[in-house]
Structure formats: C-alpha cells, structure tokens
Design a protein. Structure first.
Length: 395
C-alpha cells in the first residue's frame, strides 16, 4: 500500500492543454494586456466603421480616461500595500467642489486655489492613513465611512447645487490642448526615461551578479515604447493635439513608476503588501509606508477633482460618483493582485484605458447603459479570474 501511494505521488502530472496559455499570461502579463486592448480597439473600429480610431475620437478617449487614470495611479499603490480606499470618488467630488468654491464664491486666484486643493487632498489622505495605521480601523471601513462623510460634506458646502461658471484659466486645465512642439518634447523625454531605466536595471543586475537579458531585447522594448509614443502624438496632432489632462496624468505617472520600482520607498510598498510581519521584522516602518501611500492617494484625488471641475466648468455635488469602482476595476484589470504585493502603475493605466475604451466604444455603438454595466462587470470578473488562475505560475 505504501509503495502504491509513493509511486502515485512520484509520477509527474500531465500538463494541461491550457498550460502554455497560463504561462503566457503569468510571464508576460503586461504584453497580454496590451494585446487585449488592441483587440478591443480593433473590434470597436470594425463595429463603428472606423470612427472609433479617428484622431478626434482618440483624443476624446484619452481625455475620458485621464480622471480614472489619476485615481488608478494612487489606488494601485494602496492595493499593492494590502489596503483599499473606497472614499476616492467622494473625495474627488469634495476637492473638485472646493476648487469651485474657492474660485467662484470666494474669488481666489486660480493657482492659489489649485495649491490649496492639492494640500487639502494630501491632508485628507493622511487622515485616512492615520485612521488605518494609528487607530487600526480596517481600511475598508475607513474608506466606506469616508465615502459617506466626504459626499455629505460636499453637499453641505455646495448647498447641493452646481457652482458655476469657474474662471477660464481653471477651465483651461481640462479644455486646453498640448502644442505639437511640446508633445514631441514629451516623446523625447519618454524615450530618454525608458533608456535610463533600462540601463539602470542592467547595471543593477550586473552588480548583483544576476543574469542579464540580451541587449537587443531591452532595445526592442525601448523601441516599442518610442514607436507607441510617437504614433499617438502623430494621431493626436491631427486633431487638436493631446488633451492637457493627459499631460497632467503622465507627469505623476512618470514619477510613480521609477519610485515604485527603484527607490527605498517603492520596494517596501511591495514588501508590506506581500508579507506585513516579515517586512516589520526586516526593519520596514510599515505605518510610515502606509501613511505615505494614503497621502499620495489623496493627492491624486486632488488632481482628479481639479480636472473634473475644470472639464465641467463647474463644481457639482454629484461629481465623482462611482469613481472608486472605476479606479479599483482599472487596477484589477491592469493585473494588480487583489491580495496585495503585486501590480504596476503601467498596468493600472492600461486598465483605465480599457475601461474608457469600453465606455467610449459602446457609446458610439449606442449600446444600452444597462448592457454597458454588464459588459464592464464581466470584464472585471474575467481579469480577476485570470489573476487567480495564473498566480501559481508566477510563484
């Protein structure tokens, strides 16, 4: 009997037919998401007779995803750290309403008001972080309470009416377009950043004695980034140029990516999300890491609130409703693990672009709103299922 059991355990399991597909998603998740996004775009291009990929439509698509992208940039760090924040939609609305109140009702200078809103966002993010880390209230409850409280504060401060019109220079934040020359300068900066990160990564791996990928592989990645950035600029310049909110989105993203992957702040975020106790025993200040993450989340809510108010040219008591769900969905669709410890800013932005593409494409196809919600829900569940199914391959 023992020999039978031993032999049964020693026999190798046959590989499932879908094993190569699972390995593809596990090892090249970002590439798989880009391919999935390309398929979505091709589908809508075919169904709309080419309208979906016209320059004006692409410009509107990126404008549409900018707010969700800003929230997702902050949310991905929160989820990686093993927490969640359900208050971001209401906080976005409150901070956007504050921008309208300061500029319209109180007559503040636009840029002074913007600075005040950014400071308020960081402060409220720290409040959420303190409640979670100092008072040990679960972040889910803190976020749920904030979602209700911030929405109530917004309605009280605006008397539940829309505050309009905002000054032209505030509205220009969301309604202006990036000049072509500045767009090409951004492309050059993106290429330089990609080259710098690739070289830095190679130097670090060489110093640690780790295996290096072929130089042509890194060159191919940089070339793909350069071609993609240049292609988008060419398309957007055929319309009015790139929307200014996209530049506002890319600025913090350009900082978040190297910060999370190559700094003493970013690496502990992943460590804390992966194993809190091991991180604490290793000397990581877990409370400080989580405080910083929540502060950055509040700051990104401030950016998103300003852009939302500028785009509508008004502060609305209903602004940001459902924003937390879109941000969380974008992170999960972008490959962030719901258990924490895994995820990227790049992936979250691709997830935000997927969400915006689904909205934009189905609106152009005149799909009923109910079916739009069903499709987005199905895509979210599929993304989480793929993460669960491929977790063993990544391990």
């Amino acid at each position: 009997m023992k020999q039978t059991l031993a032999s049964s355990y020693s026999e190798p399991r046959p590989k499932a037919a879908h094993q190569p597909l699972r390995q593809l998603f596990a090892r090249h998740k970002l590439l798989a998401m880009v391919l999935a996004l390309a398929l979505i775009w091709l589908f809508f291009w075919h169904q709309t007779g080419g309208t979906f990929l016209r320059p004006n439509s692409i410009s509107n698509l990126f404008l549409q995803m900018s707010v969700t992208g800003m929230l997702a940039c902050g949310m991905v760090l929160v989820i990686i750290a093993g927490e969640i924040d359900l208050s971001v939609g209401s906080l976005l609305g409150l901070l956007g309403g504050l921008a309208a109140i300061l500029t319209v009702n109180l007559g503040w200078n636009t840029w002074l008001a913007v600075a005040a809103v950014l400071a308020a966002g960081a402060a409220l993010g720290l409040v959420n972080g303190c409640l979670t880390t100092r008072l040990r209230v679960p972040s889910f409850i803190v976020g749920l309470g904030g979602m209700l409280a911030y929405r109530g504060l917004l309605q009280l401060s605006t008397d539940s009416i829309t505050i309009a019109p905002v000054p032209d220079d505030l509205g220009a934040i969301a309604q202006a377009f990036v000049p072509p020359a500045l767009s090409w300068l951004m492309v050059a900066l993106i290429i330089a950043l990609a080259c710098g990160l690739a070289l830095s990564r190679r130097r670090q791996r060489r110093r640690l004695g780790l295996a290096l990928a072929p130089a042509w592989a890194d060159g191919l990645k940089v070339g793909a980034i350069a071609a993609t950035a240049a292609g988008f600029v060419l398309v957007l310049n055929q319309a009015h140029g790139g929307p200014l909110p996209v530049l506002i989105l890319l600025a913090p993203r350009g900082g978040f990516s190297p910060i999370t992957s190559q700094t003493v702040f970013g690496r502990p975020v992943y460590a804390v999300g992966g194993n809190v106790e091991a991180s604490r025993l290793s000397g990581v200040n877990v409370k400080r890491v989580k405080l910083m993450v929540f502060m950055l989340m509040g700051l990104m809510c401030a950016f998103a609130g300003i852009v939302t108010t500028a785009r509508a040219a008004a502060g609305s008591p209903s602004a940001g409703v459902g924003g937390e769900l879109d941000a969380i969905a974008a992170c999960f669709i972008g490959g962030t693990s719901m258990r924490g410890g895994s995820g990227t800013v790049y992936g979250a932005l691709i997830g935000a672009l997927v969400m915006a593409s689904l909205d934009n494409g189905m609106q152009q196809m005149n799909v009923d709103t109910s079916w739009q919600m069903i499709v987005k829900g199905a895509v979210l569940v599929l993304a989480v299922w793929i993460d669960v199914a491929t977790r063993s391959e990544r391990a």
